[in-house]
Write a protein that binds this ligand. Structure first.
Ligand SMILES: [Zn+2]
Ligand SMILES: [Zn+2]
Length: 350
């Protein structure tokens, strides 16, 4: 059993260091997992480039990970050493008002109880990770799913959750706003769920091309000022989308999303936008359109995501732009992702 691990620590603005950290002792329900892959998430990149954002300096980052159980405590029920797992690195407190109302995904204490986002629970840009309550914080992976693909479980579970909490029904027309990793996964998950048309709003370029490869029925251009997206989508559908899933998180995307919904339609917000964002309320009122936020996932979403990927219904392989070593994460990971928008997902292999 290793007592320490190398890990990538956020040390300052656009700065990281590979340092040695102590691994916690394995308690009755805990485990130490040897990391196989960990994806660099948009929120990691945001924290790296925006002065830490919601992360603290000193955080050992990384939360989209797979690994192999190295040691499990005596009270662990479903996992044993050697099992490959997808890490669901979030342990809701069970006591706050969100948890008490059945919204553990929105636990008010989630930042300090999520791996790789504060210095409380070290993340998976590391050789090893210690996981509390591992029957909850890891899901066994089926044989058919590679560990590299499994590293997409967290983003895939995010889109599964957005679809499951929406009013989506089989055959619905859905608009997906933004074709980054989340938007692209959303296209596949919607098809697995039985969507009718899936229309993607994305400006022309590599991401728009990928959206078509992922099976979008059409891609519309949100930057075309002579032809607003609302008009474009009404030209392709019966009065707009039944459901709009906003995966861009940019201020203009909010009004555009509302404009794309049909009367009585629903807009689901997945992309994280922290800016005050003006909208024209009558566009909601006249169409009785409702807007609902979607955060993270619950356990069932996480398992569905694993199953979608294992069955091939959600194929994440085209999203893997590169696989790099932990020692290269600063230059080949963060610095390159900041520069090159054609990269979708970079995986880190210790
Ligand atoms: Zn993430
Ligand atoms: Zn809670």
């Amino acid at each position: 059993m290793p007592e320490t691990t190398r890990g990538c620590i956020l040390t300052g603005d656009k700065q990281t260091a590979i340092e040695e950290r102590k691994l916690r002792k394995v308690g009755p329900k805990d485990a130490v997992v040897k990391v196989d892959y960990c994806g660099i998430c948009g929120s990691d990149l945001h924290a790296w480039s925006a002065g830490g954002a919601v992360y603290e300096y000193g955080t050992l980052m990384g939360h989209e990970a797979t690994g192999t159980v190295e040691e499990a405590g005596p009270d662990v029920l479903g996992l044993k050493p050697g099992d490959r797992v997808a890490i669901n690195g979030f342990t809701p407190c069970g006591q706050c008002v969100a948890c008490r109302n059945g919204l553990a995904n929105a636990c008010l204490n989630n930042m300090i109880r999520t791996i790789g986002q504060t210095s409380v629970l070290d993340g998976a840009f590391a050789d090893y990770i210690w996981l509390p309550d591992v029957d909850v914080t890891a899901v066994k992976m089926p044989d058919g799913l590679s560990s590299a693909e499994g590293a997409f479980t967290e983003p895939a579970a995010t889109v599964v959750h957005a679809i499951r909490i929406s009013r989506f029904q089989v055959g619905d027309t859905v608009a997906v706003v933004g074709a980054g990793p989340i938007g692209l996964l959303c296209i596949s998950a919607l098809q697995a769920a039985g969507a009718g048309q899936v229309i993607v709003s994305q400006s022309p370029g590599p991401r728009a091309e990928l959206a078509m490869k992922f099976g979008a029925s059409a891609v519309i251009n949100p930057r075309d000022e002579s032809n607003p997206v609302g008009e474009q989508i009404r030209g392709l559908t019966d009065g707009g989308a039944d459901i709009v899933i906003e995966c861009a998180g940019s201020p203009p995307a909010l009004q555009q999303s509302i404009d794309m919904a049909r009367p009585g339609g629903q807009v689901i917000l997945v992309g994280v936008n922290e800016q005050p964002t003006p909208i024209i309320p009558t566009t909601l009122i006249f169409g009785e359109i409702d807007v609902k936020g979607s955060l993270a996932w619950d356990h069932k979403d996480f398992r569905i995501a694993v199953d979608f990927m294992a069955s091939g219904q959600v194929d994440v392989k085209p999203l893997i732009s590169d696989t790099i070593r932990l020692a290269d994460i600063q230059k080949k990971g963060f610095e390159r992702l900041k520069e090159d928008r054609s990269l979708i997902k970079v995986l880190v292999e210790p």
